[in-house]
Design a protein around this ligand. Sequence first.
Ligand SMILES: *[C@@H]1O[C@H](CO)[C@@H](O)[C@H](O)[C@H]1NC(C)=O
Ligand SMILES: *[C@@H]1O[C@H](CO)[C@@H](O)[C@H](O)[C@H]1NC(C)=O
Ligand SMILES: *[C@@H]1O[C@H](CO)[C@@H](O)[C@H](O)[C@H]1NC(C)=O
Ligand SMILES: *[C@@H]1O[C@H](CO)[C@@H](O)[C@H](O)[C@H]1NC(C)=O
Ligand SMILES: *[C@@H]1O[C@H](CO)[C@@H](O)[C@H](O)[C@H]1NC(C)=O
Ligand SMILES: *[C@@H]1O[C@H](CO)[C@@H](O)[C@H](O)[C@H]1NC(C)=O
Length: 449
Amino acid sequence: RELTLFEIVPLLPALQVHTSHECDVFTYLDLYHAIIGTSLYVKLLLYTRANLTCGQELSHHNLSAQPQFNLTKPTTFVVHGYRPTGAPPNWLNNIIEQLLARGDMNVLVVDWNRGAANINYLKVVTYSRDTADNLTAFIRNMQENGASLSSIHMIGLSLGAHITGFVGAKFNGKIGRITAVDPAGPQFNGKPPEDRLDPTDAQFVDVVHTDMDAFGFRKPLGHIDFYANGGADQPGCPLTILSGSGYFKCDHQRSVLLYLGSLNRTCNIRAFPCTSYTDFLDGLCMDCDQFKPAGCPVFGYDIIEWKDSLVPLQQTKAFFTTNKQTPYCKTSYWVDIVTWNHDTRWGYITIKLHNGSEVTEATINHKASSFKKYSETRLLAQFEKDLQKVHKISIKFSRVNAFKPKYKLRVLRIRLTHLERKDRSVFRHIFFPLKLLSKARSGLVGRNV
Ligand SMILES: *[C@@H]1O[C@H](CO)[C@@H](O)[C@H](O)[C@H]1NC(C)=O
Ligand SMILES: *[C@@H]1O[C@H](CO)[C@@H](O)[C@H](O)[C@H]1NC(C)=O
Ligand SMILES: *[C@@H]1O[C@H](CO)[C@@H](O)[C@H](O)[C@H]1NC(C)=O
Ligand SMILES: *[C@@H]1O[C@H](CO)[C@@H](O)[C@H](O)[C@H]1NC(C)=O
Ligand SMILES: *[C@@H]1O[C@H](CO)[C@@H](O)[C@H](O)[C@H]1NC(C)=O
Ligand SMILES: *[C@@H]1O[C@H](CO)[C@@H](O)[C@H](O)[C@H]1NC(C)=O
């Protein structure tokens, strides 16, 4: 029988890019493979500190064939998601390197590119179950060879997040940790727990959402779910298809960049447990007393340190905001303002901090704030940069309704408290009554107490 073109092409070997002839590498495919479709092949690539950049393909059935795979060490699986173009993920080397910088472990890249590269997303979703079954068999084999389930951490991206959930369910939640990086929404939103990731899938499940209105999952799936900038639209990403090619994937991919930034310690992002993003922006959820002495949970790789306080709470949603580019972390201050206006004033505030060479700005404009005579109004101000030695603060007050007559906000006292370094940098600025014209800007020179 003659094979048709559609049968022949998948049989051709995929183009392999070798960094050295002895290294095994992630399967390289292209759009052509995605269009004709690929059938599932699960390749396990081992990276260790002894061989940071050179992957070794593991046998699924004979673990002693690769002596570098040391089962007394912890193992971290990295599971990618849907690959509509067939190209290898561009964050792969980065995450391998950063994980091995954090700990002496086995990093296993689960390369299921043959399977994930298919323009037919529904087919790929069915392969995600098969990939999970394949990994389950492999982990059973690891167990038989002495590995403990507690020492296993699975990091799943997008569709990969649900794969890790399916694997975890097979082990009744005994796997140590699952991290879901913007878990996939399409075909999973609204599904019951057995058909998606859920908190019973591992001893600890942490999740970050960055694109819940498109490729990501909306509802909480873990013990802690971080919603970056509310979880839907990320700063710096194009808002319409007209404004750039990143439109389709920018929000989704931001989750990976945020996670890498936590792994390489570029950013220590505090997140605030809260019922909604709006409440968080309104400054209603700044109290992390329940997590004493650790304080508010830090997003990313180190959230495992909050495991014992988070697991009894069952499910926690936590929020934070970021900058539009790396470093993504913002610097948060409490702003406590006392005014002496006779009538209550409503408005939006922009605050600038100056340190002589640099300026950084925070705009608090999600909700008009109310300023009552002699009572303290507390706002959360998040600045792009963390300036050392602030010596000047300027404030701009804008009215709610630009058509009403102008009025002044008379500030009696303003205090800025750094959320991270309360002990080190509490600035108190006490002034003689000072007039802030609406829409006008005033420079306040304060003392550092
Ligand atoms: C790293 O991998 C290469 C290729 O398999 C191998 O030749 C080399 O011995 C490995 N290095 C170590 C330190 O195991
Ligand atoms: C997992 O997949 C690999 C390659 O696709 C295959 O060689 C292996 O036999 C599979 N494992 C099981 C338990 O089916
Ligand atoms: C497993 O691999 C080791 C080392 O390559 C080899 O000596 C052994 O015979 C293999 N076992 C089986 C069952 O294939
Ligand atoms: C495996 O790892 C353990 C713990 O790091 C170490 O003590 C042991 O020597 C390693 N075994 C091999 C064969 O390298
Ligand atoms: C850490 O990772 C982030 C995100 O990928 C990157 O932008 C940053 O340059 C990295 N920093 C270092 C010091 O490697
Ligand atoms: C202002 O803050 C930046 C960032 O912390 C710092 O690099 C710079 O040296 C500071 N400048 C002065 C004059 O303190």
